[in-house]
Every structure is written in C-alpha cells, then in structure tokens.
Design a protein around this ligand. Structure first.
Ligand SMILES: Cc1cc2nc3c(=O)[nH]c(=O)nc-3n(C[C@H](O)[C@H](O)[C@H](O)COP(=O)(O)OP(=O)(O)OC[C@H]3O[C@@H](n4cnc5c(N)ncnc54)[C@H](O)[C@@H]3O)c2cc1C
Length: 474
C-alpha cells in the first residue's frame, strides 16, 4: 500500500472542488472527512448556481423556441406558467444530483459531516455539527474548498424583499412585471434571460462599455442583438447611483453619458456584480495560510498554501471562478498529496455563458492577444454557411480559431451560437493536445452537425473552406 493511503484528509467545503477532491482521495485509499453545512455535497454549483440556473435556462429556451416556431408553421399558444411546479421541478433536479453525490460519498466511505469547520491549528479543525455537537479532529492534510458568495456593493445595499442576489433570483419568488439586473456578466445575463422568458420586462445595467467583460466582442455581438429584442433595455456605460424603496417598487437612479431616463421604478432588483471568495475561515490566522489580493488564498501550482499541511482549491483561490476549474484543482491537490508529479497548469479552461445563443471560449482570446501584443491569425466560420445551423433556424453563430501564424498551432477557440457550450470541449482537447489547424481541418466531422463549424473554421485558416467562398486576389 502506498504511504499516502495511510493519510487522514479533511476537505472543508463540499462544492465541485471539495467533493471531487474527497472522492479521488478515497479512490486512492486515503481516509477522508468532508465537511459542509448542507445535507449532501454539492456546494454553490449544485444548490444555488450552475445546476438550478441551467434547469431554468432549459425552460426559458423551450418557451423562446415555442414562440419562434410560428415562423415554421407551428403556432403554440402563449404558455401558461405554473410557477410552483416549475420551482418544484428545479428543486427535484437539485435533490436528485445532490442525493446522488451523497450516495457516492457513502459508497466511497467518505465520512460526510454536516457542519462548519474552523481552524484550531494547521492540522486541527473544530467542527460544529448541524446537530449542535462539536468536535476537535486532527488530520495529516486539510484542503480548503470554501468557495465564494455574491459580492455586494455597499452603496446599493437595501434591506428590501424586492432586492435579490443570484440565490434569491433562483428561488423564483414570483414573475415580477419589471426587473433591473445590475451587472452584465454571465450570471446577470443568464438569470435575466430566465425572467424575460417567463414574461418579465428586464433591464440590464452595466458600467463598462460592453456586456460580458473579458469576452471577445465579435462573440458577444450576436448575443447582444438577440438580448436587445428579449430585454426591455440594455444600459451600457451606466452605473446605478442609488436604489430607494417606494410603495410601488424600487426607484433606481442611473448615471452615465448614455442615460436617457435618469430614474426608473422596478418591481425587483437583482444585483449580480461578481463573487467574493470565502477566505474568512474562523481560526485561519492560527495557520501560515496567506490571503492575498482580492481576498484569494495564495497557493502554488500543487495548490499548496504557505502552510505545508494545508491546500486550497476552487473559487477561494482565484479566477476563473468556475466549477470545472475547482474540480480539476481538487484532483491535482489530492494527486500532489499522494506524491504524484503534478501541477495545475492548464492551457485551456473553458468558459461558457449559457444564454441563447450561448457564448463559449477557451485558451487564448483575441482580446488577450491584443493586450499582450501577440501575433495571431484569426479564422472565422459564420454559421450562416452551416447546414445544421440552417436546419435549426439558428444562423446567428460564429466559430473562430485563434492560431499561431508561425507554428499553425491552435491557441484559442471562441464560439457563439446555439449549443456553443457543448462544442467548446473540442477546442479544449485541440489546445491541450497541441493540435495544429491542419489536424482540425483533417479530422472528419459528422454531417450535418454544428461541430463541422470547428473543422471548417480550420479550413478557413487555409483559405479552402468548402462552404465559404473567398475570391482570390488578382
Ligand atoms: C447563479 C450561478 C450560476 C453559475 N453557473 C455556473 C456554470 O454554469 N458553470 C460553472 O462552471 N460555474 C458556474 N457557477 C460558479 C460555480 O458555482 C462555482 O465556481 C463553484 O461552485 C465553485 O466550487 P467550489 O468547490 O470552489 O465552492 P462552492 O461550490 O462555493 O462550495 C463551497 C462550499 O463550502 C461551504 N463552506 C464554506 N465555509 C465553510 C466552512 N467553514 N466549513 C464547512 N463548509 C464551508 C459552503 O457552504 C459551500 O457549500 C455559477 C455560480 C452561480 C452563483
């Protein structure tokens, strides 16, 4: 038996980082305790993040498509929304998945403790269980996977039942007539899309000049065009100066060069202005763990903190705050503890915005290449030339490859279009396998599928795409 199999490991936080780490540790024969306040593992992602939002976005897509079907000769009546049933369906999805994780914990003999953990020293946790009892337990290694929570803008803090953060919005208290979404990032746009599909008049306000800061503008544009039709308003370069509760709603005051109506009243306000790491763990000061810029816990490439017996993973250690990054870090941390030669150094972490159309990218973006002054060649395939996109009446997409002009290696992939989130996985594989544009062009893709757009964007790189005609320069 390897020496690492004798280790006692504690994982604090049962999100996608924590439970992935705990399960791998158990698979490698370690003795694992996983601590989280919820009944089962799952964390933010399963209870109040990725999963409930995607269940609701699925419903939103169905509603939108049923309206679009009129153009295909099928006239559905306006949907009748039973909010209580919709809520309970979403909750059943969460219960099914978190219950499944509970089962997997038991099967792997992970000791799941429902409660909160605090540090007594580098190796000892004080665990306050949800049944009211407390215990001090020592471990060989402790992994911090405490995740993050919604960020708050102090000036927009308003104690009103009309105010919501992402958790409140996912609870679907009602379908308000009007909703102000503060923040044009992915969470605001996803939840705004859900409410808009259910019938709410949604206004999004973003202080920067564009939605989805950080994403390439050509990928955001088709989404913005569709959202402009779906939403009541998209206010860019605009800040919310104040929010005041009145008898009929919340009065928002806007500031910015493009503001036409300085004040508007909304039934509800959703504040989605980013997330803050949960690094204020009680007793952490009794360890050597260092908390750095923006309150992220500092780790090395093995996810080890400055305290040799403590590792940290997921949202609490930095961007991108995404579930799949957390899980991968969790697995790397456990392998490092097991003595394997590993490091967290991905070439491509995919990002997906599950709006309609979806926006997805991985590896190098055009925006970053420009910032770094890096020479790249961009090859774009418009979905108007994709047979599959036309059959589903969604030509509003683009697939692009970002290629190193010298080596012809694929450095980045960006996609906007229906189902882009599924397609981007091919880009991740291409980048991680150091594929050349030629490899992608020569791999036969099934017809008719949207995946062909990845192959054809590589053909565009060579100027020989079957479905895109580019006249030769004289
Ligand atoms: C609305 C929304 C939608 C999202 N959609 C996506 C998406 O589509 N795709 C994606 O990749 N990401 C998405 N995310 C982000 C994703 O949820 C996070 O990146 C992910 O959950 C981070 O995982 P984690 O393991 O670091 O921590 P978390 O999932 O945050 O879990 C941390 C857990 O630790 C617990 N904890 C905290 N302190 C203690 C303590 N002292 N003792 C014991 N337990 C403690 C917390 O209660 C929590 O259960 C979304 C987030 C939100 C809010």
């Amino acid at each position: 038996m390897p020496e690492s199999a004798q280790l006692n490991i504690a994982v604090v936080g049962g999100g996608p980082g924590g439970y992935a780490a705990a399960f791998l540790a158990a698979d490698l024969g370690m003795n694992v305790t996983l601590i989280d306040p919820e009944l089962n593992p799952g964390g933010v992602c399963l209870y109040r993040g990725c999963i409930p939002s995607k269940a609701l976005l699925h419903v939103a897509k169905l509603i939108e498509e049923s309206q679009q079907a009129k153009a295909w000769g099928i006239d559905f009546p306006k949907p009748n929304i039973d909010l209580a049933r919709l809520r309970s369906w979403k909750e059943s999805v969460v219960k099914k998945l978190t219950g499944g994780l509970g089962q997997l914990s038991k099967q792997r003999k992970v000791q799941y403790v429902q409660g909160h953990a605090a540090f007594e020293n580098s190796r000892t946790l004080r665990i306050s269980k949800s049944d009211g009892t407390q215990a001090s337990v020592s471990f060989d290694r402790i992994i911090i996977a405490t995740g993050s929570r919604p960020a708050i803008i102090p000036s927009l803090k308003l104690d009103s039942p009309r105010m919501m953060d992402s958790t409140g919005a996912l609870n679907l208290p009602d379908v308000p007539k009007t909703l102000l979404v503060v923040g044009g990032g992915y969470i605001g746009l996803e939840l705004g899309s859900v409410y808009a599909a259910l019938g709410t008049r949604v206004t999004v306000v973003e202080m920067l000049p564009g939605l989805l800061p950080g994403a390439d503008r050509d990928l955001v544009l088709p989404l913005q065009k569709r959202l402009e039709k779906m939403f009541e308003g998209i206010l860019l370069n605009t800040t919310v100066a104040s929010l005041k509760e009145e008898a009929t709603g919340i009065r928002a005051t806007f500031e910015g060069s493009e503001v036409k109506e300085r004040e508007q009243v909304f039934d509800r306000v959703l504040v989605s202005v980013g997330r803050k790491p949960n690094s204020e763990i009680p007793g952490l000061e009794k360890t050597q763990v260092r908390v750095g810029a923006r309150s992220f816990i500092q780790v090395n490439k093995q996810l080890q903190t400055d305290d040799p017996s403590i590792y940290a993973i997921g949202d609490v250690v930095g961007e991108p705050m995404l579930a799949h990054k957390a899980s991968h870090e969790g697995r790397v941390a456990i392998e490092a503890i097991a003595g394997h030669k590993v490091a967290f150094e991905p070439n491509a972490i995919p990002a997906v915005v599950f709006t309609d159309p979806e926006v997805a990218w991985c590896g190098l973006t055009e925006t970053r290449a420009q910032e770094e002054g890096r020479e790249i060649k961009v090859a774009k395939f418009p979905w108007g030339a994709s047979g599959r996109a036309i059959t589903i009446d969604r030509p509003d997409g683009v697939t692009k490859l970002i290629v190193d002009p010298q080596t012809e290696r694929v450095l980045g992939v960006g996609i906007v279009g229906a189902g882009a989130g599924e397609l981007i996985a091919e880009g991740v594989l291409a980048i991680e396998m150091a594929a050349l544009a030629r490899d992608v062009a020569l791999s036969i893709h099934p017809h008719p599928t949207l995946s062909e757009t990845v192959m054809e964007s590589a053909e565009v790189f060579f100027g020989t795409s079957t479905h895109v005609y580019r006249p030769k320069r004289a």
